[in-house]
Design a protein around this ligand. Structure first.
Ligand code: ATP
Ligand code: MG
Length: 466
């Protein structure tokens, strides 16, 4: 009995404590609180688990090609059955992207402006098929070191059971983007260390609108098409799948225009670098060539710029502010140069190039795109006035006048002439007299390059006239 006393005493003590209403109340609240906290934690874990198990997320970064497609898709108006659903799934926060670009392939003419509404930053709900998707667009505080633009992501979340819709959605977004660019040629240029589209995609220029001398354009097209059809041949022989073309000749002969039209014809885009551009260095060139946009023709303009600066790298690796000769060669055939490539190089100064450039794999085909020939002048005439000059009589008078002025490289009596003109100049003349072919014929002497004009008219033209 005596032994039992303390324990009974403690039990008694406890029960008396429990009996104490103040203590019991406190204990009750405390345990309730603990239970609530436990339940909350449990609920959080459960929600977290459920989220992980039931939801599926896709994150797309701004540098991914799919990023603009997704934004484009999101800005599409879509029909939602039912008032509530459409209220819920209509995007209410919009951001605007305005692009102004010159119309057509030339840099002249009126500009066209295009506004695109995109979902703003934040969270939106959209409907795709029978699934609801939470879209979160976020701008980060970090920035892309190459372009200085802040990082951005779009996150799409849907139910795990609906995860297959992402593939359909991306396909749909890509189809929309492709449709918007159909019939257009995208020209990429280097922005910082990255390729970015130069303005909006331009309407494709018909290949037939660039008139090179007889057979020249056809020869290039046939060669490129043959190259594109024989990839397996290169793979089987372990040869890098590349082909290079060098187009050289005087300014305004249609080199750039032809390459852009060719890209359109083949459904390629153009990735353009001007080697005489400020800030284009060996490293930058090599880097850009490793990440050419897919299905694009590389266009290196003014390659002679690399030969003016023959300086090699200094001991400390610095190669100057422009591209050097060795830098160009390394970029063209170094390890850095991607596997698949069609490259077009252009120059006005073939005499400045080094024979080392013209080596298979670097340049496989070299073509002079020269001053306007009789054939080209006739073809251009037909494109401009063909419908009004059905019997070609005016065309013959025009060509006759050109010949008399020695614009095709010789005078009618056979003496050579240096007064050749460019196809760009002929186009300019026809453009000026769009609807009046007779005045185009009258103004033929305007095609004589200024340096060959008679002394007096030079004086007249040099500032005396208002
Ligand atoms: N052969 C041609 N056929 C049709 N248009 C031409 C031709 N050559 C030039 N043009 C017109 O002249 C303008 C200038 O042509 P382009 O820029 O293609 O010349 P280029 O040879 O690249 O000159 P540069 O050597 O100065 O870069 C364009 O508007 C183009 O349409
Ligand atoms: Mg050019």
């Amino acid at each position: 009995m005596a032994e039992a006393t303390p324990s009974t005493g403690s039990i008694f003590g406890l029960s008396s404590l429990v009996d104490n209403p103040v203590f019991a109340g406190g204990l009750g609240i405390a345990s309730l609180g603990a239970a609530a906290a436990f339940a909350r934690k449990g609920a959080l874990v459960a929600v977290g688990l459920a989220r992980r198990r039931l939801l599926v997320k896709v994150e797309i970064g701004k540098q991914d090609p799919a990023y603009p497609w997704i934004l484009g898709w999101l800005s599409q108006p879509r029909e939602n059955p039912g008032f509530i659903a459409s209220r819920l799934t209509r995007i209410h926060d919009l951001a605007i992207t305005t692009a102004t670009s010159p119309r057509g392939p030339g840099a002249h003419g009126p500009t066209s402006t295009h506004f695109a509404l995109q979902p703003g930053y934040g969270r939106h709900i959209v409907k795709f098929g029978n699934s609801y998707i939470a879209v979160t667009r976020e701008k980060h505080s970090t920035a892309n070191m190459n372009t200085g633009e802040p990082h951005e992501i779009v996150q799409l979340t849907t139910l795990w059971a609906h995860r297959h819709i992402f593939e359909d959605l991306l396909k749909e977004a890509h189809r929309l983007a492709a449709e918007a660019n159909e019939g257009k040629t995208i020209v990429y240029s280097a922005r910082g260390m990255e390729w970015s589209p130069l303005g909006n995609a331009r309407r494709k220029r018909p290949l037939g609108s660039v008139i090179l001398d007889e057979g020249v354009g056809e020869a290039i097209v046939a060669d490129v098409q043959d190259f594109l059809a024989t990839q397996q041949w290169y793979v089987d022989r372990g040869i890098p799948y590349r082909r290079g073309y060098l187009l050289f000749g005087p300014p305004g002969s249609g080199k750039t225009s032809f390459i852009q039209a060719l890209a359109g014809e083949l459904d390629f885009s153009v990735a353009m670098i001007n080697l005489s551009e400020r800030g284009m260095t060996d490293d930058k060139l090599a880097f850009l060539l490793t990440k050419l946009p897919q299905r694009s023709i590389l266009l290196l303009e003014d390659v002679d710029a690399a030969f003016v600066n023959r300086r090699q790298r200094d001991a400390d690796g610095y190669s100057g502010a422009t591209v050097t000769f060795s830098g160009l060669l390394n970029a063209l055939d170094g390890l850095s140069a991607g596997e698949e490539r069609i490259a077009f190089l252009t120059t006005n100064h073939i005499d400045r190039l080094d024979p080392a450039l013209i080596r298979p794999g670097r340049v496989d085909m070299m073509l002079r795109i020269g001053e306007a020939t009789r054939y080209q002048a006739a073809q251009m005439w037909d494109r401009f006035y063909g419908d009004v000059d059905e019997d070609h009589s005016a065309r013959e008078r025009f060509l006759q006048r050109m010949e008399e002025l020695g614009l095709f490289g010789a005078f009618p009596d056979g003496t050579p002439s240096h007064r050749q003109t460019s196809t760009a100049a002929i186009q300019g003349l026809f453009q000026f007299h769009k609807t009046d072919m007779e005045s185009a014929i009258e103004q033929v002497q305007g095609l004589i390059p200024r340096k060959f004009e008679p002394e007096e008219s030079m004086v007249e033209g040099s500032g005396k006239t208002p």
